[in-house]
Write a protein that binds this ligand. Structure first.
Ligand SMILES: Nc1ncnc2c1ncn2[C@@H]1O[C@H](COP(=O)(O)OP(=O)(O)OP(=O)(O)O)[C@@H](O)[C@H]1O
Ligand SMILES: [Mg+2]
Length: 543
């Protein structure tokens, strides 16, 4: 085949690219069919035309035009350009061909290849890499010794650092407040003062975050529709990703909220990424919760061991002291008999007698706490004991305290020392009264309880079996965690010096232990306190 103009044209047309020969003044010398077909004109009509006007519909070469650069440098230029009007990427190359037009201007070969597919694959790869890197960074936070708040704020920061993702680095992480069924904003970035204020607490179901919390499902919006309930004057339209942070048992622990540019299209890769971030945050939260629980249990166990230890040593001392007191009491009685014959000693004798009685009472409490006293055990009905004790206690309760008693009709009998259980009830009721200086309510309840589990979250001493359970609830001042932890320690009191011995609850503890039971305490400052006392059912119930 002879290589003529026709051959040349056919060759250029065979390339799947846009090919233009253009001179240094941007006038088109030649174009292959892909160019003039795209512009919907003929070859004759395109030749000699000014390229910026004919191809780009502008009066001058656009900024960054590769021909301009090639003309200026005299070197080949290759550039990847984004064609916004057609949403595509092109590789635009310009090479000097070493020929001139008849007018003497240099000719350049300009090739434009559509590289959208390749470019999109590259962008997705880069994005996948950005996302994976962020997930890895978030995972690494869990291994560091950080607080929950630090983990959340770092995780949010890392997600927001991905430049192509969120809108103006704005977002927040909420945590569920179980008591109130609301989301509480834990950390945020870039939110307006209005949003910070009005979204500091979000009820389940309200706005997009509340919907994510209520449904446990991801919420996506590409603009502010009617479900975007929180608004203020001047808010500009935007979208959202709101993802629930789910525990390993699928419970909603919080919500991750990101702001998106209006019109941002959701895609699977982003959702998968955000899910991975949320799962990592959830693992961190669960890990921290377990850590706290273990620490609390350790402290509770330590307090229990401490009480046992104090109990043992107190018991030994109290036991010896009991013998000494018995001896003092005996000889004092003999001495007083002699002295009574003389006048003038009565005042001293009364003082000594009073001191001996106080010492014996105190020592009895110490013996009760350390479980060293002798019990007079018989089969007993706690309901009857409560009835007798409260009859006496009503006098001291006063009119501003309401006492409600709700006994179980078929309550299990227990083996118990009546006097000791009376002491338990009266100590609890007196403490409850003292916790309510401005009045309130005391509820005493009994019920049968079957414990199957050998392990309880609330108490380390739980044992499986059948129990008569006595509950004393008050609406008083409640206790701090510190007071709650120390409540059974002998001589621990929050009362002013001289007003309380701090032995009341230690005695309750000792008695309940000696009856092979245990005590559970629930208390919240300002809300009140509940003591639950479990005493094993007597075997006679089975007959
Ligand atoms: N129902 C209650 N509500 C709030 N705090 C309580 C309650 N019961 C006990 N406490 C707290 O536990 C502490 C110890 O109680 P405990 O009965 O052992 O001693 P006390 O009451 O201080 O002294 P005493 O019993 O000799 O009057 C109290 O000082 C109080 O702080
Ligand atoms: Mg007390």
């Amino acid at each position: 085949m002879k290589f003529d103009v026709e051959g040349f044209t056919k060759t250029f047309d065979a390339f799947p690219f846009y090919i233009i020969l253009v001179d240094s003044r941007h006038n088109i010398v030649y174009a292959n069919k892909h160019v003039y077909n795209m512009l919907q004109i003929s070859l004759d009509d395109i030749i000699g035309k000014y390229c910026p006007k004919t191809v780009h519909n502008i009066n001058e070469p656009f900024a960054g035009c590769p021909l301009e650069e090639a003309v200026n440098t005299g070197k080949p230029v290759e550039k990847e350009l984004y064609d916004e009007a057609n949403d595509r990427w092109v590789l635009s190359s310009v090479y000097p061909v070493g020929m001139k037009t008849q007018a003497g201007t240099e000719i350049y070969l300009h090739i434009i290849q559509d590289i959208t597919l390749k470019k999109n694959a590259e962008i997705s790869n880069q994005r996948a890499y950005d996302l994976q890197k962020t997930v890895n960074l978030v995972i690494s936070l869990v291994l560091k010794n950080l607080t929950i708040e630090q983990i959340l704020s770092e995780s949010l920061r890392m997600v927001l650092m991905i430049p192509w993702f969120s809108l103006e680095s704005r977002g927040a992480i909420f945590l569920v407040d179980k008591k109130k069924n609301v989301l509480k904003m834990a950390v945020e970035n870039g939110l307006s003062p209005f949003i910070k204020e009005s979204c500091s607490e979000v009820e389940f179901g309200r706005c997009i975050c509340g919907r994510a919390a209520l449904s446990g499902l991801i919420q996506y919006k590409d603009c502010m529709d009617e479900e975007h309930e929180t608004r203020y004057n001047g808010i500009y339209d935007h979208g959202h990703y709101c993802l629930p942070i789910l525990s390993s048992s699928n419970k909603v622990m919080g919500v991750l909220n990101l702001y998106l540019k209006k019109g941002h299209k959701k895609n699977d890769m982003e959702i998968e990424f955000l899910r991975a971030v949320c799962n990592t945050i959830a693992s961190a939260l669960e890990y921290k919760l377990i850590e706290h629980e273990l620490k609390d249990k350790e402290e509770a166990l330590y307090s229990l061991q401490k009480i046992e230890l104090i109990g043992q040593s107190t018991g030994n001392i109290a036991h010896d002291f009991n013998n000494i007191l018995a001896c003092i009491k005996g000889y004092a009685e003999l001495l007083f008999k002699e002295l009574e014959k003389e006048t003038g000693y009565k005042m001293f004798i009364d003082e000594i007698n009073g001191a001996i009685i106080r010492a014996i009472t105190l020592n009895r409490q110490l013996l009760a706490f350390s479980r060293k006293q002798e019990l007079n055990i018989k089969e007993n009905d706690i309901n009857l004991i409560i009835e007798n004790t409260t009859r006496m206690l009503k006098v001291i309760l006063g009119s501003n305290i309401k006492l409600e008693i709700s006994p179980a009709s078929d309550l299990f009998k227990i083996y118990a020392d009546t006097g000791q259980i009376e002491q338990v009830v009266s100590n609890l009721v007196i403490n409850a009264k003292q916790a309510m200086p401005n009045g309130g309510e005391i509820i005493i309840k009994t019920e049968n309880v079957l414990k199957n589990d050998t392990y309880s979250d609330d108490c380390l001493e739980t044992k499986p079996g059948e129990y008569a359970c006595l509950t004393v609830t008050d609406t008083g001042c409640g206790m701090t965690e510190e007071v709650k932890r120390r409540i059974f320690e002998p001589f621990f009191t929050t009362k002013p010096k001289g007003e309380g011995t701090g032995l009341g609850m230690s005695v309750v503890y000792g008695i309940v232990k000696q009856h092979r039971g245990w005590i559970e305490v629930e208390s919240e400052v300002g809300r009140g306190t509940r003591f639950k006392i479990y005493l094993p059912k007597s075997s006679n119930n089975d007959k």
